[in-house]
Design a protein around this ligand. Sequence first.
Ligand code: 13P
Ligand code: SF4
Length: 301
Amino acid sequence: MTVTEEILSLKKEKDAIILAHYYVPPEVQKIADYIGDSFYLSKVAASTDAKVLVFCGVSFMGESAKILNPDKTVLMPDAEADCPMAHMADIEKIKELRSRYEDLAVVCYINSTAELKSHSDVCVTSANALKIVKALPNRHILFIPDENLGRYIASLVPEKHFIFNDGRCPVHAKVTADAVKREKEAHPEAELLVHPECVPEVLALADYIGSTSGIIQYATKSDSASFIICTEEGVLHELKEQNPTKIFYMAEDSFRCPDMKKITLEKVLAVLKDGSDPVEVDPGLADASMPPLKRMLELSK
Ligand code: 13P
Ligand code: SF4
C-alpha cells in the first residue's frame, strides 16, 4: 500500500477525519477531508461527530480543537509545529490594561496560546474579526497578539478606541511595500490580494484584503486573468485547483511558513497508526479558554 492508501484505510478504521490548513504542503491538503482557513477549520472542529481529529496545522489549531472537543482525540502530525505569533502577548500587560479601562474588550486572534485565550473576552480569525469587533458593545478594544491585523480592523471601525500589541506573524510581516511594488510593476495587469497579517504599507497597495479563504474566493470570482498573491504559498494549491486558467504570481519568492511545512504525509500516517501524543489541555485552562472561542462561533453566525 502507498502512504496515502494506508492513511485512507486507517482513517476509516479509527473513525478519524483529517483537517488541513491551506498553508500545509499540497500533498497533505490532497488527503484532507476538510481544507480551509482558521475560521472554517474551527467550525468543523466544533461540529464533527468523528472520534479522532487529525489536525494538519500548527499547535494553536489542535489546541483550540481539543478545547472545543474535550472528549475527542486530537492528533497533531508534528507537535513541534508552532506559530511564533501565538506567544507574542503578555498576560501582565492585559491585566494592567483591564484595571485602567473599565470598558475593555480583549479581542484575541485565534493564533494564540490557550493561556492568552483564557485572559480574553472573545477570539477572532482574520475572516470574522471585523464582524465580531463591530458586534461588541465595548468602545475600548485591546487586540492581541497581531498588531497588523489589529490596525487593519481598527481602520475599518474608527468609532472604537484600539490598543495594539507588539506581536506579528514573522512570515507575513517581513514582506515589504518595495518588494510588492516591484511585483506590481512587473505585472501591472494583475490584481494584488493581501492577507491582513501583512504590514499596513503593504495593505495600502492591495486590491483585496482578506483571509486565505477570502483570497481564494476573490480570485475565483474575479474576471481578472492574473493575481499577485501576498500570503503563504500553500494557498497556490487551492487557487490553481479552482482556477486552472488563471495566473498567480507570488509577492515574494520564499513566502513560506516553516512550521506549517513541518507537516508531512509520513507524519500524518505515523500519528494515525500509533495515536501518539494526543493533544492535552489542562482542564482548568480548557474551561477558561473555551468561552472566548464559543463566543467567536456565536458572534460570527
Ligand atoms: P487564516 O487561516 O485566518 O487566513 O490565517 C492565516 C494564518 O496565518 C494561519 O496561521
Ligand atoms: Fe503563524 Fe504566520 Fe505561520 Fe500563520 S503563517 S502559522 S501566523 S507564523
